[in-house]
Design a protein around this ligand. Structure first.
Ligand code: 6R9
Length: 663
């Protein structure tokens, strides 16, 4: 441990709360603590504040229609267009200001600035092209692209013509793409030929076309040619495939009138992992979602039009949707997009970018912060990061040590840190301190935002006392909430509401949203989120369903049964541990282990790659035949196993334990 580390440890270790820096408060978008009472006393009308950040082509009648819970409607009968809100209305003042600063790979060769004027032009051209291809209002367009500017262009082009997009993370596998396109009945795909990872070109089109083989209906495909000819792969394009550049050129200079969308019309779908093997198609709307993304960007990230704001997430996840694309662009700021990884070509990369672009905010994930910490503070310390005004984290719980390291070494103790808890389903931030108002407590996300109501309850739904652990619930609807799971209202109710609501009631007060996270409340109303209580793992901030991974594994020849659990991991937070029983006649070989790993990567993607594959003749089961996952978790983490007497087969536990330890 270096000396500065020791000092930091000594000075900060004791401190468990931090006041927002005075210099920050003075300039903050929100600095009046009264906002909490004001919003509570004026609910739901308080959310006009969010709607007011947008431009509406037709005013809404009612802020909230809660007559048919949990199918809430926000800003009823209002009309607007998300693309017009993110682009057109900024043109008068900001046409020549940067909307997107794209930092591409390879290093220094390929950076692009899109001004609002340029972004507006390209979005219009691509919107015209999509129409020409036959895309109509309400058709779902799948976007399967990495962090290239054409991804937000395509998102906004879809929004412009009222076609909901469904972005599939580029790191997801061909199978995952097919599952999502089938589930959404999506007949259009925009993808790319390839992209760079750590300097090497990667063939993405091959994966996309393999995915298309699994799609049950005809698909029109558009391909962005990202790679220069010397790095391009020799792919032949199937029929019904068009080049992005050619399409945009054919429509050069065209404009497309933004389609008026009802506030409740779908803006996009985003698939996320759940308890079953089938991903959930989370539906977000135009008015509620966009106003939520904009309001939280302003209140929590403190975004102002003249900022250069940097979120290091991938647009393929909800964080990138809300806080790289929609929120920042709705506010007319400059949003950065980084194509590469933080440690290529070396560990200075992120800090160089922040220094060069003079970024004002950094919004990243605990897994990244833990990696920075491990690499050492010499990397950030050798860069001028004084442009930073605010730091944020999202995706998983952050341990106080990582929080303090971030605060000290990245923020120089002069930037507030917002630890923002939220989910794909919530559309935007829910629990966090307001950076210009609330005291920060490392490790605790904070109170619910003004106008929100959350609690920690026991199994029966009664609030637990301060300091006790329980289940997080949200008691009132909010504009950014998901409206349903695509084509599956029943699953929507079962997954999120049934647990703690009186589902027979028409009274909104009887409906409680259950995010499936465990949490703890302190005496000041701050909530520490402990992690998922369903069968979902959080690997490097990415949600992975254990069922999805298990079904990939049992699909591998030679596997009879599999159980997947999360094991602790220094950097990733959680890692995928798999316990596998082979089929009769199959050996527990290295080849089978590799086939299993490959099977998981094919079904989901490299992010789900198992950390360990443990062969076992049996899985520990209760007398009623349920797999005891808790035990498997304890084994993965080399923890005390507690009482195993309720098992049908206690002897198997020791056997597995021995195997894990010898691995
Ligand atoms: C935005 C996003 C959601 C799950 C969520 C929770 C975990 C997110 C957190 C956090 C503790 C935070 N999570 N932020 N846990 N503190 N600040 O990550 O969405 O991919 O849907 O994941 O992530 O478990 O339920 P999503």
């Amino acid at each position: 441990m270096s000396e500065t580390d020791v000092d930091l440890e000594a000075r900060l270790a004791e401190q468990d709360s931090f006041e927002p820096p005075e210099s920050f408060v003075e300039q903050a978008n929100v600095s009046d603590p009264e906002i909490y009472d004001e919003f509570e006393n004026n609910w739901p009308e308080c959310w006009e504040a969010a709607a007011d950040l947008l431009e509406w082509t037709d005013d809404y009648d009612q802020v909230l229609d809660d007559s048919n819970p949990p199918f809430y409607q926000w800003f009823t009968d209002g009309e607007l267009n998300a693309s017009a809100n993110c682009l057109d209305r900024h043109l008068e003042e900001r046409a020549d200001e940067a909307a997107i600063e794209w930092v591409g790979e390879p290093v220094d060769e390929d950076n692009r600035t899109y001004t609002y004027g340029e972004l507006h032009r390209e979005v219009n051209e691509f919107a015209a092209a999509l129409r020409d291809l036959g895309v109509e209002e309400d058709d779902v367009v799948t976007l399967y692209m990495p962090m290239i500017p054409e991804l937000p262009v395509a998102m906004l082009a879809c929004a412009r013509i009222g076609a909901p997009h469904s972005v599939v993370f580029a790191g997801f596998s061909a199978d995952a793409l097919a599952t999502r396109m089938n589930a959404a009945d999506s007949e259009y795909l925009v993808t790319c030929d390839g992209y760079y990872r750590r300097g090497d070109p990667l063939d993405h089109f091959d994966k996309a076309t393999t995915g298309l083989d699994g799609v049950e209906h005809a698909v029109d495909t558009v391909v962005v040619e990202r790679l220069p000819s010397e790095d391009a792969f020799p792919n032949t394009w199937p029929e019904q495939t068009r080049g992005y550049d050619e399409l945009v050129e054919n429509h050069a200079g065209e404009t497309v009138e933004p389609v008026d969308r009802d506030a409740e019309d779908m803006l996009f779908l985003m698939y996320t992992s759940g308890t079953t093997g089938q991903p959930k198609g989370v539906k977000h709307t135009t008015g509620g979602y966009l106003s939520w993304a904009a309001w939280t960007s302003q209140a929590v990230l403190d975004i102002k039009p003249d900022d250069t704001y940097f979120c290091s997430a991938d647009i393929g996840w909800i964080t990138g949707h809300s806080y790289i694309v929609y929120g920042p662009l709705a506010l007319g700021t400059t949003t950065m997009m980084y194509e590469g990884t933080p440690d290529y070509p070396d560990r200075n990369r992120l800090w160089e970018i922040i220094e060069e672009y003079e970024a004002n905010q950094l919004y990243t994930a605990p897994t990244a912060i833990r990696a920075f910490m491990k690499w050492g503070e010499e990397y950030p310390d050798s860069h001028d990061l004084s442009s930073l005004r605010l730091l944020g984290t999202v995706g998983e719980p952050i341990n106080p040590r990582a929080w303090k390291w971030y605060y000290k070494h990245i923020g120089d103790e002069s930037c507030p840190v917002v630890d923002t808890w939220w989910q794909t389903e919530t559309g935007g931030m829910m629990l966090t301190t307001l950076p210009g108002v609330g005291e920060m407590k490392p490790g605790s996300a904070g109170p619910p935002l003004p106008g929100l109501s959350a609690d920690v309850v026991d199994m029966s739904g009664s609030p637990v006392g301060a300091g006790e652990a329980g289940y997080l619930v949200v008691n009132k609807p909010w504009p950014g909430m998901l409206r349903t799971l695509y084509n599956n209202d029943d699953r929507f109710i079962n997954e999120y509401w049934r647990e703690y609501s009186n589902v027979d009631s028409d009274d909104s007060a009887d409906w409680v949203y259950f995010p499936e996270d465990g949490a703890k409340l302190d005496e000041d109303g701050y909530i520490t989120v402990l992690g998922r209580v369903d069968d979902v793992l959080n690997v490097s901030g990415h949600r992975l369903g254990t069922m999805e991974i298990e079904s990939a594994i049992v699909g591998v020849e030679g596997v009879a049964e599999a159980a997947v659990v999360g094991g602790d991991h220094d950097i990733k937070g959680e890692a995928v541990y798999t316990y596998v029983i082979t089929e009769d006649g199959y050996e527990e070989t290295e080849e089978l282990r590799e086939a299993i790993i490959e099977g998981v990567e094919d079904a989901i993607g490299p992010i789900a790659r198992p950390e360990a594959v443990i062969f076992t003749p049996e899985l520990p089961k209760t007398r009623s035949g349920k797999i005891m996952r808790r035990l498997l978790e304890n084994i993965a983490n080399a923890e005390d196993l507690g009482d195993t007497s309720t098992l049908r087969n206690p002897e198997v536990v020791e056997d597995i334990q021995r195997k894990v330890q010898s691995d």
